[in-house]
Design a protein around this ligand. Structure first.
Ligand code: SF4
Length: 299
């Protein structure tokens, strides 16, 4: 497979599933996340601190993703069977390291004590589900023959172009077997068919754009790892990929509407970024301490 395309840095905003989701859920949260330095009322340090808050669910997913990346990367050096005792000692150490370096939302807002071994047990469970799955055995048997063509969480943010617009699509794991290219995306939370299908279509677009693979030869699979192993194959076609490209164009333009300078990515005034009326988002929002919306919604 050819090299992943690289791009010169520009300030222009780039579409991603998560960015547009945030934009849809609450414009003000989107402003705090992406344009903190333009806030005239709240010190940037405060906004960056709040942005950095993690949660038990987020951190579990983060650790699991990093460990799976490390397991797959290790195959590039050695195809020896995984020593589970060693692996879980490594998982324990990583969990402790990650958890002790972060502030948890549940602790900051609710005073909850965070027990890192509770997170470790869940991560261990997730990894056991993967390692004992038929898919993992199938990868070990078949995909390992072309280890040099594996793409495992490529560096950077997965910058790409969709209809000439900047976009970010970062695949978890891509590998070829015979004439097909498989894209696996690990999920440790609940299934969200619409969102995950769109995300995998983006990855398929990325694979097609970078490696020139035809849609019919790409097999995107969402892998749910908790509470038990299950998979969802995403059907793709040239028409679905074109539809995604149209959506990305429309959604990018929606976000451009909130800028005074598109090339420099300079936002309009904060007051243009409305507060959501959906109390669910406020309840779990990192910025509820400083946001007038949370006060209005009683959080
Ligand atoms: S507290 Fe509510 S209104 Fe304010 S940024 Fe968060 S989600 Fe939006």
């Amino acid at each position: 497979m050819s090299e992943i395309k690289r791009f010169e840095y520009t300030d222009i905003l780039g579409w991603s599933i998560s960015r547009y989701d945030k934009f849809l859920n609450c414009k003000r949260q989107y402003f705090y996340d992406y344009y903190a330095k333009y806030d005239k009322d709240i010190p940037i340090e405060k906004l960056l601190f709040l942005k950095s808050l993690t949660s038990k669910a987020l951190e579990t997913g983060n650790i699991a993703h990093d460990i799976i990346r490390d397991i797959l990367t290790r195959y590039k050096k050695s195809t020896k069977q995984i020593n589970k005792d060693k692996l879980f000692k490594y998982v324990f150490d990583i969990t402790k390291k990650y958890c002790s370096s972060k502030t948890f939302f549940e602790h900051y807002y609710n005073g909850q004590i965070i027990y890192f071994d509770e997170i470790y047990i869940k991560v261990k469970n997730i990894l056991e589900n993967l390692l004992k799955s038929q898919r993992f055995a199938w990868i070990e048997k078949n995909a390992i023959k072309q280890l040099d063509k594996w793409t495992i969480e490529p560096d950077g943010f997965g910058e790409t172009r969709i209809n000439n617009l900047k976009a970010f699509c970062k695949v978890d794991f891509l590998f070829p077997i015979e004439d097909k290219v498989y894209i696996l995306d690990w999920k440790t939370g609940k299934a969200d068919e619409k969102k995950h299908s769109k995300q995998l279509l983006g990855y398929a677009f990325w694979a097609s754009y970078n490696f020139g693979i035809k849609a019919e030869n790409i097999v995107p699979i969402v892998v749910y790892l908790y509470p038990y192993y299950t998979e969802k194959n995403i059907q793709i076609s040239d028409s679905k990929i074109s539809e995604l490209a149209c959506n990305v164009e429309k959604e990018t333009k929606d976000m451009y509407e909130y800028l005074t300078d598109i090339a420099q990515n300079i936002p309009k005034d904060k007051k243009e970024f409305s507060l959501t009326s959906n109390t669910f988002f406020c309840k779990y929002c990192n910025y509820k301490e400083i946001c007038p919306g949370s006060k209005a919604n009683n959080f």
